[in-house]
Design a protein around this ligand. Structure first.
Ligand SMILES: [Zn+2]
Length: 185
């Protein structure tokens, strides 16, 4: 196959994947599945852009691929106030949980209307591939640390209420949750 032909097919495939991305809500089964390693880095820039748009529109500070219907180990994040520091992480692995535990109130675009504080390590060292496929290591602190852990949980089919250690808080949260009418789409 010629390079041009390959590029055309790839661009067509990318467009059709991008067009089908839409937010999935609990109890959609994809949110409980484990995502597979990501190696299609030709698709990464387009997926990065499309996922960021959905995340910003949310509005949210992080979005994992499961949440838009793709079982791939990628997520996007931007915890800045002015939405100026987006980041794309593929195949993220927590190498070290370094900081003391902290408690941050979490919410999720796939669980609209419910919030609860979750205790997690406040500083973590993470290895991942960026949108160009380069291997990176970065330390995340504070809100970013919680966000990265929340998104990696998504890639393993774990939702933040699962991390609420107080059982009555967790039960209250699930009781309060109402799936949007279009959740099964
Ligand atoms: Zn989430």
């Amino acid at each position: 196959m010629s390079q041009l032909c390959y590029r055309l097919i790839l661009s067509h495939m990318t467009q059709s994947i991008i067009n089908n991305l839409q937010l999935r809500y609990h109890p959609h089964s994809i949110l409980r599945q484990k995502a597979s390693p990501f190696d299609e880095f030709e698709l990464a820039p387009a997926l990065y852009q499309a996922m960021l748009e959905i995340m910003y529109r949310g509005p949210g500070v992080g979005l994992a691929a499961n949440q838009v219907g793709l079982l791939l180990r990628i997520f996007v994040m931007d915890c800045s106030d002015d939405r100026s520091t987006p980041i794309f992480l593929a195949n993220p692995v927590i190498l070290e949980k370094q900081g003391p535990l902290h408690k941050i109130t979490e919410g999720c675009l796939s669980l609209p209307g419910v919030y609860q504080s979750v205790t997690r390590p406040s500083r973590i060292l993470v290895e991942y591939h960026d949108e160009l496929g380069s291997l990176q290591q970065k330390t995340f602190e504070g809100l970013e640390s919680s966000c990265v852990q929340h998104e990696i949980d998504h890639l393993d089919g774990i939702l933040f209420p699962d991390r609420v250690s107080n059982i009555s808080d967790r039960n209250r949260l699930w009781k309060k949750y109402r799936a949007p009418s279009n959740w099964s789409l």
